[in-house]
Design a protein. Structure first.
Ligand code: BGC
Length: 847
C-alpha cells in the first residue's frame, strides 16, 4: 500500500463543499471610451535621447541606451515620489454608462491623484493609448520613461473593440482556449499561435500581454481551468514556454500567471493554499520553472492566494529565493489586480509592480521609506527591473503601430490550431469522418447555434465574430434545417426573457448567462431524422473567473434534459439507419461515462476560438484528421478526483472576515478560507494510475481516423550517465494520413521517496504520415527527469535503482517499455529552502 500523505489526513473536517462566490476581478469592459491618440509621440523618445546625451537614428526606432547603466542613471535622477508612482500602477480606466456605474461596487474603477495635477494629467493621457487594456505604468517624459500598456489575456488580446467617435474597430482574434491548445501536444503550433497573438499586441499598441495562464488543473471544477493548459506540469511548462516565445518574438512581453498554486476561484482573494514543499516544486511550480528557464518571460504575475500562510505577492521565498535565485528570472513581477494587502511587504518580496494601483498606495510607500520601514534601495531595485523591461518595449522604442493586424491571416491560424487540439473521444463503426453521401445535418443543442468560443472574465476576447456550428456546417457545404434553427431561436428568446439573476460575479458588466438546454422530444427528433442524413448534438459549458463551476449538476454532470436529448435523438436516428454524433463545446472536463456509449461518436471540440464552427467541421468532414490528446483526465464521477474532498476549501474556524477590507484596490471580501492539498503530488493521472482508479478517459487519450503502431523502442544505454536518448518508430498502419502524439513516461524506484506509478518526461508529435509511412522520433531523458524533490535536503534527488521508460499514445496505452539503471543516487540540484508549510499543515495532515 502506498504511503500517501493524503491517506493520513482526517477528511471529515474537509467535507464542506460550500461554493462561496466571491467577486474580485478587475478585467476590462466592452464599452465605449474616449478617442484614443493612436501613437505615442516620437518626441518622448527624442526627449529621452536628449536627457541622456544620445543621438537618435533615422528609423522608427530611437537609438537604444545601453541597458543597465542607463537605467541606473534614470533611477538616480528620480524623486522618491516618481519611484513610488512607477511601481504603483495608474489604476483602471472605465468609461461606463451611468446605469452600469451605479451598480459598480465602491472602489472599483480608475485612480488619479487630486493632489498632483501633473500626475493626474499623465494618467489621463496614457489611458488613451489602448482603451480596454487592464493596466498601465507611469510615464515620465522628462526622464525618458515610457508607459507600459498591460493587456489581457490567454486566448488573445482583450481590448475595447470600439472607440467613441472613431469609425475603425479594434477587434482581436479569439484563439482557442489554453486547454484546447495543450491538447495539440504540438509546441511548434502553439508557438505560431503565440506569434499571431503577439502581433496583435504589437500592432494595437500594447506592450505586455497578461498571458499565458499556467496554473495546474488540479480539480475539474476550477472555473478558470479553460485558461490553463493541463493537470501535468511538463505539458503546462512546455506549452507556456512555446507561447511565451511566440508572443515575445514580436518584441512585446508576456506575464506568465498566476504565480502560484492558484487552482480555484472560490474566495480567491484570501484563500490560503496549504501545500507541501514537494508538491509545490514537482507540480505547482514546475511549469513556471520550465517557462522561465526556457523562455524568459518579460514579467510574472503573482497570484491572489496565499501559499502556506503568506500572500504570494508578499512572499520573498517565492518571488526572490525561488523565482530569481533558483531560476534566474530577469524580468519584473506584477501583482494580480488587487492581489495581496501590504505594499511594503510586496516591494520587499520582489513584487516590483502593484496593479492596478491607487494613489493612496503611492503615499503609503513614500511614507514607508521616510519612516525607514522600507529601504529605498529595495525600491530602487524594483524600479530598475521595471525600467529594464521598458527598454525592450515597443512604446519605448517608438514603434509605429498600425492598429491593423492581419486578422484574416490570424483567423486561419486559430482555425487550424483549434482543429488540431480537438480530441476524438468515441468513434463507433467509423461514424466519423462523415461519409461523403452525407449532405444534410440536424443540429441539436442550444450551443450549436450559439457556439462558445472561449470562457468568461479577463480571458474573454472581444472578437468580431464567432463561427457557430451551423455556420461552420454551411461553410463546409452541408445543409442545415432552417426549421430547427427557428425552433431554437424562439426557445432562446423565451429562455433569456425568463432568466433569473445571474450567478456570474461580473454580470453587472454585461455578458450573458448560458440558457438551460431545450428539451428535445422524440417527435421533433424523428421529424428531423426523416429530413436529414445525420444528427449533431452539441453540449455546451462556460465558466470564468471569480467563480468555480457550481452547481455540479448541469455543469460537470449533464442535466436530465441533456441526457434525454442524446438518448432520444440517437434512438430515432438509429431507427432510420442514421447516425448521431455528440460535440462537446466545453472548457473543462465533464462527466461522460454514463452516456458516452449512446451516440455513434463523441468529438471534444473544447472552446475553440472564433473560427470554432469551421474548425469542428474541418474535423467532422475529415479535412483534418483529429490528432488531439487529452492533457487532463476525465474521471468517471467527480468524487473519483483526488481533490474532490478538499476543493474548493473551507472557512477557517474561529476567524472572522473583514467585510470592509478593500486593501489592494479591490471590491471583494476577504473571507478567511483555506484549501489543503492533501493529495500532495498525486494530481490527475499521477493519482488515477498509481491507485488504479478507473477513469472515463485517461490523460493522453485521443483517437484518430487512422491507426498507428509504435515500435522499435531503443535506449542509448542501459545505465544512466547524465542523459539517455530514447528513440521509437511510429508507423501509420491505417487508411488515411494523420499525425500521432508519442508520450514518454518514466517509472522511478521508490526506496527513499514514494512516487507516482509514472510521470510524463517527454513527448513529441509526428509530421503528417501517409498510410504505410513511418517516422522515428527521438527524445532525451536527463537527470532532472529521474529525480524527485527531497524536502529534507531541498534538493532534486535521483534514486539509485531500476527505471522503466514507457512509450505510448496515452498514459495507459503503453506500446513499448525498456529499463535502465542508475547505479548510485544523484543529487541533481540543491535549491533554496522555501515555502515551508506552517504548523497548520502538519496538524491537518497529521505529519
Ligand atoms: C485576473 C488576471 C487578469 C487581471 C487583469 C484579474 O482579475 O485574475 O488574470 O490579468 O485581472 O485584467
Amino acid at each position: 500500500m502506498k504511503n500517501l500523505r493524503m491517506e493520513r489526513v482526517k477528511r471529515d473536517h474537509l467535507s464542506k463543499r460550500g461554493m462561496i462566490i466571491v467577486s474580485s476581478s478587475m478585467w476590462q469592459l466592452k464599452t465605449n471610451c474616449k478617442h484614443m491618440k493612436r501613437l505615442f509621440s516620437f518626441f518622448c523618445v527624442m526627449a529621452f535621447a536628449v536627457v541622456l546625451g544620445l543621438a537618435t537614428v533615422g528609423s522608427v526606432y530611437a537609438k537604444q541606451p545601453t541597458a543597465n547603466k542607463d537605467v541606473k542613471k534614470i533611477v538616480a535622477s528620480m524623486t522618491l515620489k516618481e519611484k513610488a508612482q512607477l511601481v504603483i500602477g495608474t489604476g483602471m480606466y472605465f468609461e461606463l454608462p451611468d446605469s452600469i456605474l451605479a451598480k459598480m461596487p465602491q472602489g472599483f474603477g480608475g485612480d488619479v491623484d487630486p493632489n498632483d495635477p501633473e500626475y493626474s494629467e499623465m494618467v489621463k493621457s496614457i489611458r488613451k493609448y489602448v482603451p480596454g487594456a487592464a493596466g498601465n505604468s507611469s510615464r515620465f517624459e522628462k526622464l525618458g520613461v515610457t508607459t507600459q500598456v498591460l493587456a489581457d489575456g490567454p486566448a488573445g488580446l482583450r481590448i475595447q473593440p470600439k472607440r467613441k467617435a472613431v469609425e475603425q474597430t479594434y477587434y482581436c482574434t479569439a484563439f482557442p482556449i489554453a486547454t484546447n491548445l495543450a491538447s495539440t501536444w504540438d509546441t511548434e503550433l502553439v508557438y505560431s499561435v503565440g506569434k499571431a497573438m503577439g502581433n496583435e499586441v504589437l500592432e494595437y499598441g500594447a506592450d505586455v500581454l497578461l498571458a499565458p495562464g499556467m496554473n495546474i488543473q488540479r480539480d475539474p471544477l476550477c472555473g478558470r481551468n479553460f485558461e490553463y493548459y493541463s493537470e501535468d506540469p511538463l505539458v503546462t511548462g512546455k506549452m507556456a514556454a512555446a507561447m511565451v516565445k511566440g508572443i515575445q518574438s514580436n518584441g512585446v512581453g508576456t506575464s506568465i500567471k498566476h504565480f502560484a498554486a492558484n487552482n480555484s476561484e472560490t474566495n480567491r482573494m484570501s484563500v490560503n493554499t496549504i501545500v507541501s514543499e514537494r508538491a509545490l516544486r514537482e507540480i505547482y511550480l514546475r511549469g513556471f520553472e520550465i517557462a522561465v528557464k526556457e523562455a524568459q518571460p518579460w514579467t510574472v504575475m503573482s497570484s491572489y492566494n496565499k501559499i502556506n500562510g503568506v500572500y504570494t505577492s508578499e512572499s520573498h521565498d517565492l518571488l526572490t529565493k525561488i523565482l530569481r535565485d533558483d531560476w534566474k528570472f530577469e524580468g519584473y513581477v506584477m501583482t494580480d489586480w488587487g492581489g495581496g494587502s501590504d505594499v511594503v511587504a510586496q516591494m520587499n518580496a520582489g513584487n516590483d509592480m502593484i496593479q492596478p494601483g491607487k494613489s493612496e498606495q503611492i503615499y503609503g510607500l513614500i511614507k514607508a521609506v521616510e519612516e525607514d520601514r522600507l529601504d529605498v534601495k529595495v525600491l530602487d531595485k524594483n524600479v530598475e527591473r521595471i525600467l529594464n523591461i521598458m527598454l525592450l518595449s515597443p512604446k519605448y522604442k517608438g514603434y509605429a503601430y498600425t492598429s491593423k493586424p492581419d486578422l484574416k491571416a490570424h483567423a486561419q491560424v486559430t482555425r487550424q490550431a483549434a482543429a488540431d487540439g480537438m480530441v476524438l473521444l468515441e468513434n463507433k463503426v467509423n461514424a466519423l469522418p462523415l461519409a461523403k453521401s452525407i449532405k444534410t445535418v440536424a443540429a441539436f443543442g442550444n450551443t450549436s447555434y450559439d457556439f462558445i468560443s472561449g470562457g468568461t472574465g479577463s480571458g474573454d476576447v472581444n472578437e468580431a465574430y464567432t463561427v457557430s456550428l451551423i455556420d461552420g456546417l454551411a461553410n463546409g457545404g452541408y445543409t442545415t434545417m432552417g426549421e430547427l434553427k427557428e425552433i431554437y431561436s424562439t426557445y432562446a428568446k423565451e429562455a433569456i426573457a425568463k432568466q433569473g439573476p445571474s450567478k456570474n460575479p461580473f454580470a453587472f458588466l454585461g455578458g450573458k448567462d448560458p440558457i438551460a438546454e431545450m428539451a428535445v422530444s422524440k417527435e421533433l427528433a424523428s421529424k428531423m431524422a426523416q429530413k436529414t442524413d445525420v444528427a449533431l448534438i452539441t453540449i455546451g459549458r462556460n465558466s470564468g473567473e471569480g467563480r468555480d463551476r457550481d452547481p455540479i449538476e448541469g455543469d460537470f454532470y449533464l442535466l436530465p434534459t441533456e441526457k434525454v436529448m442524446i438518448q432520444n435523438v440517437t434512438e430515432v436516428f438509429h431507427a432510420v439507419g442514421k447516425k448521431a454524433i455528440v460535440v462537446l463545446n466545453i472548457g473543462g472536463a465533464v462527466e461522460t461515462a454514463s452516456w458516452k456509449n449512446i451516440p455513434d461518436a463523441v468529438l471534444l471540440a473544447w472552446q475553440p476560438g472564433q473560427e470554432g464552427g469551421n474548425s469542428v467541421v474541418d474535423v467532422l468532414s475529415g479535412k483534418v484528421n483529429p490528432s488531439g490528446k487529452l492533457a487532463v483526465s476525465f474521471p468517471i464521477k467527480y468524487e473519483d478526483a483526488p481533490t474532490a474532498k478538499t476543493f474548493p476549501g473551507h472557512a477557517i474556524e474561529g476567524q472572522v472576515g473583514n467585510e470592509d477590507d478593500l486593501s489592494g484596490f479591490s471590491f471583494m471580501r476577504r473571507t478567511p478560507w483555506e484549501v489543503i492539498y492533501d493529495e500532495d503530488v498525486y494530481v490527475g493521472y499521477r493519482y488515477y494510475n498509481t491507485f488504479n482508479v478507473p477513469v472515463s478517459y485517461e490523460f493522453g487519450y485521443g483517437l484518430s481516423y487512422t491507426n498507428f503502431e509504435i515500435s522499435n523502442l531503443k535506449l542509448s544505454s542501459s545505465t544512466f550517465n547524465k542523459l539517455i536518448n530514447v528513440s521509437v518508430d511510429v508507423k501509420n498502419t491505417g487508411k488515411g494520413a494523420g499525425r500521432e502524439v508519442v508520450q514518454v513516461y518514466l517509472s522511478a524506484p521508490t526506496k527513499k521517496i514514494q512516487k507516482p506509478e509514472e510521470a510524463l518526461v517527454n513527448f513529441g508529435k509526428t509530421k503528417l504520415l501517409n498510410p504505410g509511412e513511418s517516422q522515428t522520433l527521438t527524445f532525451e531523458i536527463d537527470a532532472r527527469d529521474l529525480s524527485s524533490f527531497d524536502e529534507a535536503t531541498s534538493s532534486w534527488v535521483a534514486e539509485a535503482g531500476k527505471y522503466t521508460v514507457k512509450v505510448g499514445n496515452s498514459s495507459i496505452k503503453i506500446a513499448q517499455k525498456a529499463d535502465f539503471s542508475l547505479e548510485k543516487e544523484v543529487v541533481v540540484e540543491t535549491v533554496s529552502k522555501a515555502l515551508v508549510p506552517t504548523q497548520a499543515f502538519n496538524r491537518l495532515t497529521q505529519k
